[in-house]
Design a protein. Structure first.
Length: 912
């Protein structure tokens, strides 16, 4: 230090130099040769080295931290350029370069850190310091900025942080298991301007609005995912403590009472951004709340249960740029809604009213000259679309899907949209597209959605001018053409393509030139033919979802699946594919859904034991043979549905099958399986989660009759091993599968008695034991099967009286027929006499029908609900599923999952 000052003297007058020496080194250094002359203090360098020793630094992020050099130049360190004291310690490695490969620092915070008394900025975010936030951080009294985001801290936030009276930024966000039961300490941080405690559990802090009102310097407050308890503030009188709060994020909590709006209105008039999305806020938006928020630029109330219309108080929002009311229960004539925004005509850039009940015809928008994004999808808008939309020259993004618009889109609607990038008009009642084929649009779209619109019959030429498309969705668009042969070259930026449910003919356009960024490809339900052999020449390393089901594809599957490392869902069902399944299917390590059903595949299964993420494996309706492999249960820990129905699998049911504890649907019917049912059968389903899901309008075809199950169906858990060669008794253990909804063991050679406490299967709705050799009585416990709707025990050797119970007598006699010893209602012979009875041959025909109905309901329905209802949500939202599996993998708590799912949702939102 002294040396450097001496050298600095050469360019200064002696007077200044002497003054420097006399007073302190701090005054003159500003004009010395520069910061390089300041070395860090020996003692502080030691502290840092000791700190580093407590860390595991796998990616060698702190390579510059070496003993011999100036620690002020180390990564993440900054020193005061006059005193040399370390003032900044920033170990947020992810913050400066998004090197995803870099591993976080792991370790503990050495208490010697306290010796860095002059520390102003401490950032340890995105590392792994597992354990409590050390209390001693509260003694780093000079701290202005403390960032401990996502650093795996847990336990309670130490109230000592309340001693950091100079703090202006505090970020404790996204630490799993971090909580604070009392935020009194926060109110001492009177200089605090930026506070982020998102993801910190604040569920016990009932008086949070009062505590936060004391932070009068606060500018930004982020408390999303905090489990903030609901508060009713109507009764509270507020201390008139207006803060400087500008940015407020209380999203993803459990707020219900809309009185929170009053707190917000009271706490500050300076709001620029308010986000209350994804709570459970109910009722109408209170009037007057927003009246004085003249600076409000963005307001997000999406994902609540708000109802009514857009409050008149929005009329004062003359700076509003973005308004998001998506996913609520608002119901208002949309024209009236927009009138309340008239003051924002010159500022509004983004309006999202999607997912509500807004009604009326498409609004007149010409005044909103800055409008860039307009999302009105999933409402009940009807009627036509005014051509004036075509004058919104800033418009980039227009979502109208899922309404009842009954319109024809013409060139006039799109006339001046030179910035247009995103158009989705899918799923309207009667929307057709009348754009001349050789029209040359003034825009280059990146997203075009016209699903269920009348676009065809030809694949339009104007779409072929859109060379920048990344998402193209023309599902069910009445196209019955073949695709241009240079299709993939035309759309080389495509990431998502959906052309399913058309009548598109011909070979798949030259596969080898797949766009390299392709992520999802849905071509199901068309008339594509030919083989998939050219798949091996494709380069689509990102491919995630490939659905070619319900086409006319033939030939063998190529053996190059190892090049599809990210493939997560593969549907090739209902084609004419044949031959053996190639071994490289076993290299699909990311696969979660594999649907190869209803083809002509033959031979034995390749090992899929490395496909450990499989949740759905459907190989039904092929000619596959061999034994049921034991890897199915040993490796496939997440399997929810296994369907091997209608193949030629033989051998016994391996004992290991009992490891399928999470399975929902097990269908082994119509094979050549022999031997007995394993005794451990009760383990199956044991861990199947209890969640229930709603589905609407499941259409199923049975004997040419379309049955529509319009009501919500509760999820079925189903086992079907019918039509095999099973022998032996039904194991007693089966009666502990208390969650089972459907059991079909019909058409085997099972013997022995029905287990006495069969009535324990209380959730059973469908039971088919017909056409076996089962003897003995029907256990009296049967009468407690209260939900049983379909029963068939016909064609066995059952005897004795049918137990008297409300349920059992309501079934048709055919449910019991073919059991020579059975008597009592609903069978005609009474049990009095000798107990024997006559088989009524006339009913044989009906009987078949009932068997098949039971058969059908328990298998097809069970299968379909199992596949689509339970797994459907995970299947369809691949980003969510990733989050889900990350959760399973890491055994992390729900905060983390919610955070990840939230991020996935946000990303999805951003992509829109
Ligand atoms: C010294 O630090 C102060 C504040 O951090 C800064 O404004 C100034 O530019 C620095 N001076 C030099 C010579 O780097
Ligand atoms: C987080 O900290 C806990 C201890 O509190 C530790 O068991 C765990 O391995 C740490 N890391 C992660 C990534 O959870
Ligand atoms: C720091 O905070 C704790 C608890 O809030 C308090 O007991 C202690 O006196 C404070 N220490 C200093 C030095 O202010
Ligand atoms: C926390 O919120 C602040 C604003 O208050 C923001 O700057 C910061 O990036 C947020 N931290 C994380 C990890 O998102
Ligand atoms: C259109 O409707 C179908 C069926 O309800 C749905 O799966 C699809 O996601 C909808 N598309 C859009 C863009 O909303
Ligand atoms: C595609 O978009 C890029 C920028 O996103 C633009 O530079 C390019 O000109 C566009 N391509 C076409 C064919 O318009
Ligand atoms: C499964 O993975 C292991 C380890 O990566 C590998 O050695 C083995 O060959 C793979 N098995 C199959 C059938 O792909
Ligand atoms: C049942 O066993 C009998 C003789 O034991 C045999 O004839 C019959 O084919 C078997 N039926 C089935 C479905 O296994």
């Amino acid at each position: 230090m002294l040396f450097s000052i001496m050298s600095g003297r050469r360019i200064h007058s002696v007077l200044v130099g002497l003054l420097c020496l006399v007073i302190a080194s701090t005054i003159c250094c500003s004009s010395s040769v520069g910061t390089s002359s300041i070395l860090c203090l020996e003692s502080e360098r030691h502290v840092l080295l000791r700190f580093k020793q407590g860390l595991v630094d796998e990616s060698n992020a702190l390579a510059s931290w070496k003993s011999e050099k100036d620690c002020c130049k180390w990564r993440g360190i900054a020193c005061n350029n006059q005193t040399g004291h370390v003032i900044t310690l920033n170990l947020c490695i992810f913050c400066d370069d998004y090197m995803y490969a870099a591993t976080p620092l792991i370790g503990e915070i050495d208490p010697s850190l306290l010796e860095l008394r002059h520390l102003n900025h401490l950032d340890l975010s995105f590392n792994d310091f597992g354990g409590m936030i050390p209390k001693f951080i509260g003694s780093l009294s000079q701290l202005k900025e403390l960032k401990l985001a996502q650093a795996n801290f847990s336990g309670s936030v130490p109230p000592q942080l309340g001693n950091l009276s100079n703090l202006h930024t505090l970020d404790l966000s996204w630490n799993e298991f971090l909580s604070s039961e009392n935020i009194e300490w926060l109110s001492h941080l009177s200089s605090l301007r930026y506070l982020n405690m998102s993801g910190v559990d604040l569920s016990k802090v009932v008086n949070w609005p009062q505590s936060l009102s004391k932070l009068t310097s606060l500018i930004e407050l982020q408390l999303s995912w905090c489990h903030l308890p609901d508060v009713n503030l109507r009764s509270l009188s507020f201390i008139n403590s207006s803060t400087s709060l500008q940015v407020l994020d209380l999203s993803q909590n459990s707020l219900i009472n809309s009185s929170i709006f009053h707190w917000i209105a009271n706490v500050s008039n300076n709001f620029v951004h308010i986000q209350l999305s994804d709570n459970d806020l109910q009722g109408p938006i209170p009037a007057h709340v927003f009246t004085s928020m003249v600076s409000l630029g963005s307001l997000d109330l999406s994902g609540n249960l708000l109802e009514g219309g857009m409050t008149k108080a929005f009329q004062n929002l003359c700076s509003l740029e973005s308004l998001v009311l998506a996913s609520n229960q608002f119901s208002e004539n949309i024209q009236d809604s927009l009138e309340t925004l008239s003051c924002a005509e010159d500022t509004l850039e983004s309006l999202d009213l999607s997912g509500n009940w807004f009604w009326g015809s498409f609004p007149e928008l010409t005044g909103f000259s800055k409008l860039r994004e307009l999302r009105l999808h999933d409402n009940t808008l009807n009627g036509s679309i005014p051509e004036s939309v075509g004058q919104l020259s800033c418009l980039e993004h227009l979502d109208l899907f899922g309404n009842s618009l009954n319109a024809v889109i013409t060139e006039a609607h799109l006339l001046n949209l030179s910035s247009f990038k995103h158009l989705d008009v899918s799923n309207n009642t009667a929307l057709s597209i009348n754009l001349s084929s050789d029209w040359n649009p003034p825009f280059q779209l990146d997203t075009l959605g016209m699903s269920s619109c009348k676009v065809g019959p030809a694949f339009p030429k104007w779409i072929q001018t859109q060379r920048n498309l990344t998402r193209l969705s023309l599902d069910n668009a009445s196209i019955s053409d073949s695709l241009p042969s240079n299709f993939w070259d035309l759309f080389s930026d495509l990431e998502e393509l959906d052309l399913s449910r058309n009548k598109i003919r011909g070979k798949l356009p030259d596969l080898p030139s797949f766009p390299p960024g392709l992520i999802t490809l849905y071509l199901s339900n068309n008339m594509f033919s030919g083989s998939l052999s050219s798949l091996c020449a494709t380069q689509a390393p990102q491919l995630n979802f490939l659905d070619l089901s319900e086409n006319l594809l033939s030939g063998e599957l190529p053996n190059c699946w190892m090049s599809f490392q990210l493939l997560d869902i593969l549907y090739l069902g209902k084609n004419k594919l044949s031959g053996k399944l190639p071994s490289s299917l076993g290299n699909l390590e990311a696969i979660s859904v594999l649907g190869l059903h209803s083809n002509n595949f033959s031979g034995e299964l390749p090992s899929l034991k490395n496909c450990t993420r499989l949740t759905i494996l459907d190989l039904g309706n092929n000619n596959l043979s061999g034994k049921i492999p034991s890897w199915i249960n040993q490796n496939l820990k997440y399997l929810r549905a296994l369907r091997l129905r209608s193949n030629m699998f033989n051998g016994i049911i391996p004992f290991s099958m009992c490891g399928l504890t999470t399975i929902h649907v097990l269908d082994l019917s119509q094979n050549n399986i022999s031997g007995a049912l394993p005794y451990c059968f009760n383990n199956i389903l044991a861990l199947a989660d209890d969640a229930t899901y709603d589905i609407m309008n499941v259409e199923l075809v049975w004997k040419g009759i379309e049955i529509e199950f319009g009501e919500n169906l509760q999820f079925l858990r189903s086992i079907d091993i019918s039509s095999n060669y099973l022998v032996g008794e039904i194991p007693q253990s089966i009666t502990s599968m208390s969650k089972l909804n459907s059991l079909n063991l019909s058409r085997n050679n099972l013997t022995g008695k029905v287990p006495e406490n069969f009535g324990n299967l209380k959730k059973l709705e469908s039971l088919d034991l017909s056409r076996n050799q089962i003897s003995g009585r029907i256990p009296t416990s049967f009468s407690s099967l209260n939900f049983l709707e379909v029963l068939d025990v016909s064609h066995n050797h059952l005897s004795g009286e049918i137990p008297l119970g409300t349920q059992l007598q309501t079934f048709n006699a055919s449910a019991y027929m073919g059991n020579l010893g059975l008597c009592g209602p609903p069978l005609t012979p009474n049990c009095s006499g000798d107990g024997t009875t006559q088989v009524d041959d006339n009913k044989e025909h009906d009987n078949d029908g009932l068997i098949n109905l039971g058969f059908f309901i328990s298998t097809v329905l069970g299968f379909i609900t199992g596949f689509w209802v339970v797994c459907g949500s995970l299947v369809l939202k691949s980003s969510w599923r990733y989050a889900y599996f990350k959760f399973l993998d890491d055994s992390r708590d729900w905060v983390y999952v919610k955070a990840v799912v939230y991020k996935a949702k946000m990303q999805e939102r951003l992509r829109r």
